[in-house]
Design a binder for this molecule. Structure first.
Ligand SMILES: NC(=O)c1ccc[n+]([C@@H]2O[C@H](COP(=O)([O-])OP(=O)(O)OC[C@H]3O[C@@H](n4cnc5c(N)ncnc54)[C@H](O)[C@@H]3O)[C@@H](O)[C@H]2O)c1
Length: 258
């Protein structure tokens, strides 16, 4: 069952793609549990959704914590039958490499980007099963398919998300729970601007000001709202025949060979 009025958990909901996704799903009638470690950001998004007549509730959590994940899913269950889990929260440790990253940093990026899907899923899946079905949308990246130098842990984590999405689709199909992923390219969010700044590239140089991708990318920089539109579609009954797949939403970034 993918009902028109569902409770959907969105992680990373305080910023960037997660915020835009939460706003979009709430506008479409979903009851959204806004999950993030940034409580102030969540409160802002909750106010924004309420001002538009949508329904949302903030839940501060660290997706690397089992207890926090269990509590967030329980909070979602109190809002009604759970129909969706949208895993957007993520982090990068770049610059990193196999020789340079510490065990602690490696553990952190894998736990936040990949482990969270297990930790939230183990509580959310039984609820969606009981509700007659649902959908899990994960946030992979173009880094699952092609990458840049010094990005080992992030690239590995995003490849794992794409593989895990296939696995979830297969395992959960009998329960009428779909699992799909989106792989964004370059999106104008705080995470990307932070990464550009670290590399000494200004937003203007990267084409973020104009919307045209410049020296760092091919195609076009996406707005978070454009990725949210893809996620909302993936989470909707219109995408019922998509299962186990990762949809690349990169404005043509991967299309170019040289
Ligand atoms: N921005 C891009 O170009 C791009 C491209 C491909 C994939 N992605 C992926 O999209 C997702 C969202 O990224 P964004 O660009 O919107 O970044 P962002 O920094 O704007 O938002 C990430 C959010 O995740 C939250 N978060 C991080 N660690 C957390 C934790 N341990 N517990 C709870 N919340 C946590 C942050 O507080 C933040 O609100 C990430 O998974 C990222 O890897 C982004």
């Amino acid at each position: 069952m993918e009902q028109s009025e569902r409770v959907v958990i969105v992680t990373g909901a305080a910023s960037g793609i997660g915020r835009a996704t939460a706003v979009r799903l709430a506008a479409a009638g979903d009851v959204v549990l806004l999950a993030d470690r940034d409580g102030e950001g969540l409160a802002r998004v909750a106010r924004e959704i309420a001002a538009c007549g949508g329904r949302a509730q903030p839940a501060v959590l660290d997706v690397a914590s089992s207890d926090d994940c269990a509590a967030a899913v329980a909070a979602a269950a109190r809002l009604g039958p759970l129909g969706g889990l949208v895993n957007v929260a993520g982090m990068t440790t770049a610059p990193d490499g196999v020789e340079t990253i510490s065990d602690a940093q490696l553990e952190l990026v894998l736990q936040v980007n990949v482990g969270a899907i297990f930790r939230l899923g183990r509580h959310a899946i039984p609820l969606m099963r009981a509700a007659g079905g649902g959908v899990i949308v994960n946030t992979s990246s173009v880094h699952a398919f092609a990458t840049m130098t010094d990005n080992a842990a992030y690239a590995a984590s995003k490849g794992a998300i794409t593989a895990l999405t296939r696995q979830l689709a297969l395992d959960l199909a009998p329960d009428r729970i779909r699992a799909v992923a989106v792989a964004p390219g370059s999106v104008d969010t705080p995470m990307t601007r932070h990464e550009l700044a670290r590399r000494g590239v200004s937003a203007e140089e990267a084409g973020f000001a104009s919307g045209e991708a410049g020296s760092t990318a091919i195609g076009r920089v996406a707005a978070p709202e454009e990725i949210a539109a893809v996620i909302a579609w993936l989470a909707s009954p219109d995408a019922a025949v998509l299962n186990g797949t990762t949809v690349v939403a990169d404005a043509g970034l991967l299309a170019r060979l040289v």
